[in-house]
Design a binder for this molecule. Sequence first.
Ligand SMILES: [Zn+2]
Length: 290
Amino acid sequence: MKLAGVSGAALSMDSGGAEAGEMNPGMSSSVNVSNVNPGKVLLTELTRKEVREWVASGNLKAAIIPTGSTEQHNEHMALSMDTEAALVISHLTALKLYPQVIVTTPVAFGICPFFMKRQGTITVREETFLGLVWDICCSMKTHGINAIFIVNGHGGNSRALRSNVPEFSSKLGIPIDACSYWDSIPRDRRNEFTDTGSVPGHADEFETSFALAAFPEKIRRVTYDDDEVYTWEPEQEDLDRVGYFDAQWFSKEFDKSSYEESLLGTAEKGERFIPYAVDWVANKLQTMIG
Ligand SMILES: [Zn+2]
């Protein structure tokens, strides 16, 4: 299977024991997803004709909106980590539930003012982020999609989503729910997926394992040099404009220790976690759409 953004060979999906065969719209359990062009569940890859016909078929039950960030992920990871992770989980979930779920364009900007002293991060205001998610929900509803699930990949978005999604749902009159993909791991099971038990962490063992499994090209082999100056001191008025605040937990020591923990990351750990999270998200979505 070739997935946009997914290069790990181990990410082939369990087809639920189905034999290879023809796609059978409306009976997702009989679909062997390895026969499905992965682009068929991505809104951005479809034509308007394909969207129209999918809605008309009655098979399309829900949309997933992946949300992430463009955010510093220490010395060794690309800034797209959170967006790509949310997209991978969303994409694999939609394939698992094919042909019931479409994945929208991901929201690649999140709320991360606390990272503005490391270069590269783009932060957006909470109202900007929520406004964008709301507008995407409204657009999908306008096109006849009557259930929406938001799969989040950036910790800074979690609270805003949790506290506003119920209102989105009641305003639009359709089920809308949100999760962060790591919510799939209960606190007491974190050590089953990581040595450190740090889930989701930030650019440490957990996220590095995810990336090594799904998009290893986004990881760099670098060493952490104590003498290097990693911080950046912007003008105060620039910091004020982007809503910077000092998150106490995000210190130089945190930077260093999370880098060191990232060295425990392996593709095998990611390969174990990703299908587990996909199953969990798929179950939640299935409950929503009935
Ligand atoms: Zn992250």
